[in-house]
Design a protein around this ligand. Sequence first.
Ligand SMILES: *[C@@H]1O[C@H](CO)[C@@H](O)[C@H](O)[C@H]1NC(C)=O
Ligand SMILES: *[C@@H]1O[C@H](CO)[C@@H](O)[C@H](O)[C@H]1NC(C)=O
Ligand SMILES: *[C@@H]1O[C@H](CO)[C@@H](O)[C@H](O)[C@H]1NC(C)=O
Ligand SMILES: *[C@@H]1O[C@H](CO)[C@@H](O)[C@H](O)[C@H]1NC(C)=O
Length: 355
Amino acid sequence: MERRISGVRHMCTLTLLLVSVCPLCCRASWMWLGVTAAGVPEKLGCANLPLSPRQRELCRRKPFLLPSIQDGARLAISECQSQFRHERWNCSTTGQPTVFGYELTSGTKETAFIYAVMAAGLVHAVTRSCSQGNMTECGCDARLRGGGSAAEGWHWGGCSDHIQYGTWFSRKFIDNAVKNMSTSRGGYTLITMNQHNTEAGRQAIERTMSTDCRCHGVSGSCAVKTCWRTMAAFERVGVYLKERYERSVQVSDRSRKNTRRKEQRRLPVDKHQLIFFNKSPNYCLEDRRRGIAGTRGRRCNRTSTKPDGCNLLCCGRGYNTHVVRNVQRCECKFVWCCFVRCRRCESMNDMHTCK
Ligand SMILES: *[C@@H]1O[C@H](CO)[C@@H](O)[C@H](O)[C@H]1NC(C)=O
Ligand SMILES: *[C@@H]1O[C@H](CO)[C@@H](O)[C@H](O)[C@H]1NC(C)=O
Ligand SMILES: *[C@@H]1O[C@H](CO)[C@@H](O)[C@H](O)[C@H]1NC(C)=O
Ligand SMILES: *[C@@H]1O[C@H](CO)[C@@H](O)[C@H](O)[C@H]1NC(C)=O
């Protein structure tokens, strides 16, 4: 533990030194909470976490939110990995404070997805905690209470998820001092691009909310309904953002004067869209300098024509076939009394991995 703490301290000193050079590494490093074990952030305390000075201050003022911040980061990272498990870039993380390495600052679609999903995860986790009554600062959405439509036989009730607090916190925690986002005319900077995508991620929570109802009345007659607003399961948010990722919009990079701007969007982009300015690498080959793992050794599907197919995933390099033996319990029977007896069934399966 001692060593780990001093390691983090060292890293934070480094982080502080880098603030002026590269504010993004620091802003993003809260994501580290998502790859560290539960309870560790509380043990380290706000001062020793890889947070920006603003975030550290917020952490100090609202220490009760630390578990939710960690939950949000973990939720987002695992959803990112689930959405991309069949792709060449599979959202793998490092134990380093930058967590995503190259993709975090590359200004690509992958960067866009990371920022969006992380912000959404934070809103989701904080809101969940509010709804469960774990917080004194927030609870269920009371504004709806008492409303509804008597004529249509329903009214608001139960606990409607109150995303305003989570959204507010996610903005406060993630966005840095750059307040004004209407910068698209002259192109985006990496900071404003990330901010746009972060906000699009928060919007995804709102967009995927739905209304649930429960029926009351004599034996299921549903004469009266109680309804409440609820956030979608985070997998649904992940699917939504993955679709946004597929249709993300290329914008111009303000820092590059000579890019051929005509090809790129100059109009302000809808706030729900994800934006990026750099084309993604193909992620085929290992590139240590950029921290790209490449697809060698990845498991692929020989018959699939989708990204998980050996052709696409292995970038045409071909694949190796291994035979793997699977042992399972099968033909289980209940034996009087009282145990279950099973047979062992073996099967041989082909497994393919990229060359
Ligand atoms: C992603 O792929 C690499 C190999 O390229 C593999 O080592 C890693 O475990 C994968 N990560 C996830 C989260 O699937
Ligand atoms: C709320 O608090 C309970 C008890 O401390 C805990 O088990 C639960 O995980 C918390 N929920 C959230 C969303 O933080
Ligand atoms: C952002 O700046 C523009 C002009 O530069 C201004 O019209 C707009 O009101 C500002 N927006 C915010 C939210 O401050
Ligand atoms: C491989 O892809 C095919 C076609 O998409 C699918 O039917 C099959 O279940 C996949 N196999 C595995 C092991 O995922």
